[in-house]
Design a protein around this ligand. Structure first.
Ligand code: SAH
Length: 390
């Protein structure tokens, strides 16, 4: 059979055809609400108060338990030394422990660390710790797989398997604690790992509230970022749930409906509809949305694409992160040339936009954007063999 597809930089590119795409559930067919009832380790203090009041306990006990779990990182009731012994025993069955374990751990030459998080049903996801001086950013996963099926993303190539519960999302932060180097402080949490956070928006909002709570990790809401492929109902719902408090990044990748549909076939909203949702979003004064744009050689990286992006974003406050495609074994798409990246960035900057080239971290252990996998079985790190070499 004759092979089709252009040759770019010596690699044959699969022709991008919409018809060839196996559509996964969209936001219309997927429940936005996670119906799982969460264990004690994923309850907010006020919910713990309610739970403990049914056991005849005063409200300050709830705060003590929340502090043990989320501030001190201690989930073992028998070690919660300021609780009376009968209460320590009684809360044993409420789920104070996170329902996951660390599997494999890989460290990159740049200090980035990727952890496999093994879930109770045998599936796994991944989380990444990214140091910058003594500050740490942690990238966390929200689903096993993903329905958006971005053509360049490794995490979603097999479609969506299931949502993570809030407890499983929080588990990633908890289980990574022993991997912080001494003196390192967890500063930023980004919901940028495996999955589409706004297809699991109720759990994500719960996790954000718990991470920001003053009796827990007390992270600044500005330092918690939800990165979405642009789910309109999810953006609206996140605004309702958190009042625009946490940072929002939108992965756009194309300003025209055609480019967008080609690259993100699992989501039907057009770039214009996504921007309209951002206009409705209660973004605080002096804050900006982040727009993420993966640059792909010969697909969305021309000056015309850049000008379309400028026009689309003219009515909202944004900064743009440009991410040259990270190659991996699940995509035949290719990175842009360095000259194209700079030319694309220049069009944006010349029009007065802030456009930053994102640093790639952890690529040698498959921990860079779009390289995470997880899913059904333990993964070995797939560094060099996953990356085209010429
Ligand atoms: N579903 C969310 C979060 C997960 S992906 C979202 O789409 O935003 C996190 C970021 O990595 C997104 O901006 C995504 O577009 C980007 N990404 C995915 N695959 C990539 C790749 N191969 N190279 C570079 N960035 C990639």
């Amino acid at each position: 059979m004759r092979k089709t597809g252009r040759i770019v930089n010596g690699f044959r590119q699969k022709p991008l055809e919409l018809e060839a795409i196996d559509m996964q559930p969209t936001e219309d067919t997927m429940p936005l609400v996670n119906a799982t009832s969460e264990p004690a380790c994923a309850l907010l203090p006020e919910e713990l108060v309610e739970l403990l009041s049914t056991m005849g306990q005063p409200s300050y006990r709830a705060r003590q338990i929340f502090t043990w779990i989320h501030k001190k990182g201690c989930c073992d009731p028998s070690a919660m030394s300021n609780l009376p012994h009968p209460l320590r025993e009684a809360i044993g069955s409420l789920g104070t422990s996170f329902p996951a374990q660390v599997g494999e751990s890989l460290e990159s030459s740049d200090g980035t660390r990727k952890l496999e998080i093994k879930l109770a049903d045998g599936r796994s996801v991944e989380t990444v710790l990214i140091p910058e001086g003594n500050k740490l950013t942690q990238c966390i996963s929200t689903q096993v797989g993903c329905a958006a099926r971005c053509r360049f993303c490794r995490s979603g190539h097999a479609g969506l398997l299931r949502n993570l519960t809030a407890a499983e999302i929080l588990a990633q932060v908890h289980l990574a604690r022993p991997f912080h180097a001494s003196g390192q402080i967890l500063r930023n949490i980004v919901f940028m790992g495996i999955g589409e956070p706004l297809h699991n928006v109720e759990a994500v909002a719960r996790v954000a509230r718990i991470l920001a709570h003053a009796d827990g990790l007390d992270l600044s809401t500005r330092r918690i970022t939800v990165s979405t492929v642009g789910i309109v109902k999810g953006i609206d719902r996140l605004g309702e749930l958190l009042g625009g408090d946490i940072a929002l990044a939108v992965s756009l990748h194309g300003a025209s409906p055609e480019t967008r549909a080609l690259l993100v076939p699992g989501v039907k909203e057009t770039p214009r509809e996504i921007v309209e949702a951002l206009e409705r979003y209660p973004l605080p004064q002096r804050r900006r949305f982040t727009i993420e744009y993966v640059l792909i050689g010969g697909v969305n990286d021309t000056d015309r694409h850049a000008r379309e992006l400028v026009r689309l974003l003219s009515r909202i406050r944004v900064k743009i992160n440009l991410l040259p495609l990270n190659p991996h074994d699940k995509t035949e798409l290719l990175p842009p040339t360095d000259e194209r990246v700079l030319a694309f960035q220049k069009v944006l900057i010349d029009k007065g936009l802030t456009a930053i080239l994102r640093k790639r971290r952890g690529a040698d252990i498959g921990a860079a954007c779009g390289q995470l996998l997880g899913l059904g079985k333990t993964k070995r790190g797939r560094p060099a063999d996953a990356t085209p070499t010429s």
